[in-house]
Design a protein around this ligand. Sequence first.
Ligand SMILES: Cc1cc2nc3c(=O)[nH]c(=O)nc-3n(C[C@H](O)[C@H](O)[C@H](O)COP(=O)(O)OP(=O)(O)OC[C@H]3O[C@@H](n4cnc5c(N)ncnc54)[C@H](O)[C@@H]3O)c2cc1C
Length: 164
Amino acid sequence: MPQENLLGPEGEGFTGSLKILDGGRISIAALALGMAQGALEAATKYAKQRKQFGQAISEFQAVQFKLADMATQVEAARLLVYQAAWLADKNNVRFTRESSMAKLFASEVAVRVANECVQIHGGYGFIKDYPAEKYYRDVKLCTIGEGTSEIQKLVIARQLLGKK
Ligand SMILES: Cc1cc2nc3c(=O)[nH]c(=O)nc-3n(C[C@H](O)[C@H](O)[C@H](O)COP(=O)(O)OP(=O)(O)OC[C@H]3O[C@@H](n4cnc5c(N)ncnc54)[C@H](O)[C@@H]3O)c2cc1C
């Protein structure tokens, strides 16, 4: 191969491609975070609108607890995503573990939050008049693409155990 066609040092292509994944995983984590935030906002809005038994369903503590859990998980995911992105912006800092943690946590949170968003919408969560069903369908990609959640756990464990 002509020297000018090399993208990096010869023999280090695999390591280089893994580094690309470190950055890509932050993108998927951010995508998941955005969908989780959207699902939380949609669920909150609907809970305040929908009336059952003479009051908004947001007045029921069972619904409030769901919203509180959703908001707390979204906030924790946000902090992991921001930390990974902050590290990625620094030069010569390894962020393999942090990007995998952000991707794993944000994508799993997004699936749980989208699921609860559908639940809060009741039957309307299942039809296309509201965004809940789309969040539920779309968000699952985030636990699969750029390495499944199981693979993120392998990456995190390897980093913890000092393996390459
Ligand atoms: C909508 C969408 C868009 C995509 N876009 C792209 C793209 O643009 N570019 C691209 O390259 N790829 C893309 N992909 C592919 C995606 O990266 C792969 O689907 C993903 O990496 C999982 O690989 P797989 O489908 O072969 O599943 P498999 O590797 O067959 O995994 C199946 C199951 O086995 C588990 N598993 C596999 N190996 C292990 C292991 N060693 N230890 C424990 N569990 C394991 C997995 O966690 C999973 O639960 C896309 C996928 C989707 C759904």
